[in-house]
Design a protein around this ligand. Sequence first.
Ligand SMILES: Cc1cc2nc3c(=O)[nH]c(=O)nc-3n(C[C@H](O)[C@H](O)[C@H](O)COP(=O)(O)OP(=O)(O)OC[C@H]3O[C@@H](n4cnc5c(N)ncnc54)[C@H](O)[C@@H]3O)c2cc1C
Length: 458
Amino acid sequence: MMKHELEKQLDALEKKGVDRRHFFKLLAATGLIAGANTGKANAFSSSAKGKIVIIGGGAAGISMAARLKHWLDEPDITLIDPSDRQFYQPGFTLIASGVYQPEDVWKKQEDCMPSGIKWIKDSVAAVDPVWNQVTTKSNGKIPYDFLVLTPGLQCNWEKVEGITHDTLGQGNANSIYDFEGAQKTWKALQEFAKKGGKGIYTDTYTKHKCGGAPKKICLLSEHYARKQGTRDKLQLNYFTASKELYDIPYFTPRLLEIYNERNIPINLNVRVKGVDTSAKQVHFEKIETKGEEKIVTPFVEDYDFLHFTPPMSAPDFVRDAGLGWTEGKLAADAWVMVDKETLVHKKYQNIVSLGDVAGIPTSKTSAAIRKQVPIAAKNLIALMEGKEPTEKYNGYAACPIVTDYGHVLLCEFDYEKKPDVSFPFSMIDTSKEQWLAWILKVYILKPMYFNGMLNGYA
Ligand SMILES: Cc1cc2nc3c(=O)[nH]c(=O)nc-3n(C[C@H](O)[C@H](O)[C@H](O)COP(=O)(O)OP(=O)(O)OC[C@H]3O[C@@H](n4cnc5c(N)ncnc54)[C@H](O)[C@@H]3O)c2cc1C
């Protein structure tokens, strides 16, 4: 049986003279860092009153519930979410590369729900923002005074012709944007590295969560094959719907260099139209513009291993409720129309929205949510107090691009696409991949998520 990648890394650390026990003590200390914010989280309080309903208990919804509970003297919070499990989704990439086991990335939802919050285990079918009420699938209508809109996003698998959620993995067409999909990807990747052939990796034309994820699994595949001594048998290609591989100027040059060094050609401005899983062919469209004219050129590529990214949008009920943007780039997929600084809805002043569903021009990552939560919570409380929302979010997002088993290009940036590097990473050159950032990604961020962020502290 293959040894767990994480075990191998710990063995390697020991060989370098880093004792396992000391290493875990260091990690425990990082848990304390998350806990150290406890005082800060509790330092603010308000006697504002009102019934708050939160739709969606993922990264954003649970963290908001916990934060509001800390800050309100008499919180009246109802959270609606149908899930049994809370997933640490950034771990999906690490499942798909054999670093994490599936059971490493989830906890029971009931164990993540803050005490004192009324949890309705149900799905929201509709929102009426004029009459301030939510309709659930099985629990009828629920009125609110203030609404926190955090249902995440919807993966529209069927928008790739030939694919449905249920057939993920068939014909070696894999995606890490799904828990089971990530597990199938790891199996398929090991086979691919053994047998060799042509690997195709794609992103999608809509905004998608963690734009770095498709690039990471491509680079990890390459390094995995190298570690197995089979790299020569693999031909890898990356296809992006964007006009460049990555659009954060501080980090892009090194990322391009890495793709070049690893001999992975990058194809720009191409969208996946469909996948023929029996013939193992991807149907692409190259989209170019000449002046006003849009030129679409279809073409087909054979593959032996495919990683694709589904198009994504706000959940249907958000669009149906008229809560999405009605104009501009964010309108087509109905991302929620909030002010990009205050995170308050532009039309309905008793609604805040954050996380993947929010229509703001930054990356959809849980790192971004960590910074959005205190802003959205304080602004919601200001609205409850009848005051103006004054807290401002600067667009901070982070995307740790794993470049190999042992290194991460830690991309942290703001709305201006300028680097916004957190301590202690400001002390090292983050324009290049770093081992310390790998340690953060693999060992620190997950406990920070479950122990700090979801408890309203990190
Ligand atoms: C493969 C992958 C890699 C990633 N890598 C990173 C990374 O390296 N770094 C990083 O910071 N982020 C990463 N992310 C992104 C990060 O996981 C997301 O940005 C984050 O989880 C979004 O949080 P959210 O609360 O907005 O949505 P989610 O966490 O998806 O939660 C949404 C919740 O809403 C509930 N819900 C949905 N519809 C309804 C409804 N109708 N009624 C009631 N409840 C509903 C769902 O059950 C769910 O619990 C990655 C994601 C993926 C998939």
